[in-house]
Design a protein around this ligand. Structure first.
Ligand SMILES: Nc1ncnc2c1ncn2[C@@H]1O[C@H](COP(=O)(O)OP(=O)(O)OP(=O)(O)O)[C@@H](O)[C@H]1O
Ligand SMILES: [Mg+2]
Length: 505
């Protein structure tokens, strides 16, 4: 029996039809996956269920009852909980306070109403235990990891008795172990007869965790299938309507015996100790990969190189010349570009149109005013932006659209474009394909390789082993803030990299 039904839902935004007559249903105790390229309408569909958007037309029924104009409160009253692409826990409250946000238990103490802390902690503890999160409920949320924050959101859903839990790209920031743990929690939720709507770009996950899958394409319903009847690769053509090349494998860059590296990092240690004693070199035209578990210190090392965080020692050389980098602007001026990992937090100006967003780094770099510049809208800037929106198939109404109105994955593509457009020599990409659909991923690999062939030097930090193996010339492995291995990609295997990344004892 379908617990939740969405019939013929249409959602129009100015200039965009995000959903065009889409139907979807959910049974209790199943994981129903929503699949589709960036901008296909997945987040919009679930935001309608959580009462954030009111559809232009269409009906929703829950447990056989029609529910019109769902508000966020109405959605919660109907036992629907959502865990967003961007987490929404409150950092400076405790775990327990987050779980009981807006409904803190109270008691009377000498005639005054106070929060009933004993009850609050005991209740929270119960749910934390249920999902296996070993944390004291009084811990502040700012002191726990992303994966734990997510678990708090799930505990919060359980504590509000949710029958439907929606997860929008839950594993995009999780390590392998954290992902496994998340799957265990999902199995537990299924056993408790909770229905789960699951959005992810990671195709192998879908087979592992999903029962049914519904595919959306350009806001339209494509198909609903039983996952046990299909192979992951069958899904790709349904999503993008074309076959993609299996993997991008470029021509490997051979290093001549007497060749000098173009970019050298010596003895880099960060003041906070998150990476220590880092030494490596990269050759012109090379793609150097950085593998490791989440938290191993790769991003931290890149921030140190780029001047975004303080280092206690270390030198950076470009073509034999020592660079003076005190802040990211210095790094940019000297030809280093960096695409950060947390693009949504650090990556873009929320109220810029796409063209301006893409042009901003270029004009910053040209500016002689220490990073301050009066920006002039020029035709060439718009042309560059148009070139990239095509190249990376950014789904938008045009380069005048606001970046914040784009889907999660398309925002990522805009930020990547902005750095590709900068004329730099050294490019640092931190998780460049996070949240990006399969088609655009291979476009990004191809662009990186052609940049390398034009003589740019590229560093790529990635947690996705297959993309490191297929795209990089050499791979450096990090473990606990230090380099633990280095491989030529033709001799590297997932197993060798894993062995270098983990502690065996
Ligand atoms: N608030 C908004 N205003 C205008 N357009 C919007 C708004 N929210 C979404 N859109 C548009 O609706 C379409 C669908 O976006 P949605 O966020 O649902 O995609 P998605 O499938 O979740 O993609 P991704 O995988 O990139 O997260 C996109 O073209 C997007 O630009
Ligand atoms: Mg989305």
């Amino acid at each position: 029996m379908e617990y939740l039904k969405m019939n013929n839902i249409t959602m129009k935004f100015p200039g965009v039809v995000a959903l065009d007559n889409v139907s979807f249903d959910l049974r209790l105790g199943e994981v129903h996956v929503l699949l589709g390229e960036n901008g296909a309408g997945k987040s919009t569909l679930v935001k309608i269920l959580s009462g954030i958007y009111t559809p232009t037309s269409g009906e929703i029924t829950i447990n056989g009852r029609p529910v019109s104009d769902l508000t966020p409160k109405g959605s919660a009253d109907n036992k629907i909980a959502i865990i967003y692409q961007e987490l929404s826990v409150v950092d400076n409250l405790s775990i327990a306070e987050n779980m009981f946000l807006g409904k803190l238990p109270t008691k009377k103490k000498m005639g005054i109403t106070v929060v009933d802390k004993e009850f609050l902690y005991a209740e929270s503890e119960k749910y934390l235990k249920e999902i296996g999160l070993k944390k004291n409920p009084s811990t502040l949320v700012q002191d726990i990891s992303i994966s734990e924050k997510q678990q708090v959101e799930i505990a919060k859903a359980l504590c509000s008795n949710a029958k439907v839990i929606i997860m929008d790209e839950p594993t995009s920031s999780l390590s392998i172990d954290e992902t496994k743990n998340m799957f265990k929690i999902i199995e537990h939720l299924k056993k408790n007869n909770i229905g789960i709507i699951y959005i992810s770009h990671k195709l192998p996950e879908i087979k592992e965790i999903g029962d049914r899958v519904t595919i959306l394409k350009d806001g339209k319903y494509v198909k609903t299938l039983n996952i046990s009847d299909l192979e992951v690769k069958d899904l790709v053509p349904l999503m993008i309507g074309r076959e993609i090349k299996d993997k991008f494998v470029g021509t490997k860059r051979e290093i001549a015996p007497d060749e000098q590296p173009t970019f050298v990092v010596k003895n880099l240690t960060r003041k906070d100790g998150t990476c220590r004693n880092i030494n490596f070199e990269v050759y012109k035209g090379e793609i150097l990969g950085f593998a490791g578990l989440i938290g191993a210190g790769r991003s931290e090392c890149m921030e140190g190189i780029f001047g975004a965080k303080t280092i206690s020692s270390g030198e950076v050389y470009y073509n034999g010349k020592k660079l003076k980098i005190h802040n990211p602007y210095d790094a940019m001026k000297q030809g280093i570009a960096m695409v950060t990992e947390n693009r949504r937090e650090t990556g873009f100006f929320p109220n810029f149109p796409i063209w301006k967003e893409i042009a901003v780094s270029t004009s910053l770099k040209k500016s002689t005013l220490g990073g301050f510049t009066g920006m002039v809208q020029t035709k060439s800037e718009k042309n560059i932006a148009e070139k990239f929106t095509k190249k990376l198939s950014i789904k938008c109404t045009g380069v005048n659209q606001m970046t914040y109105n784009l889907s999660g994955g398309n925002q990522q593509k805009v930020i990547i474009s902005k750095w590709l457009a900068v004329d730099s020599n050294i490019f640092i990409f931190d998780e460049p394909t996070k949240g990006i659909d399969v088609g655009a991923k291979s476009e990004i690999y191809a662009i990186m390789r052609s940049m390398a062939e034009e003589g740019k030097t590229i560093i790529m930090v990635s947690s996705e082993m297959p993309e490191l193996l297929s795209t990089c010339d050499r791979i450096i492995v990090f473990r606990d803030g230090e380099i633990s291995g280095i491989f030529n990609s033709d001799e590297a295997t997932e197993e060798k990299i894993m062995l270098a990344a983990v502690h065996l004892s």
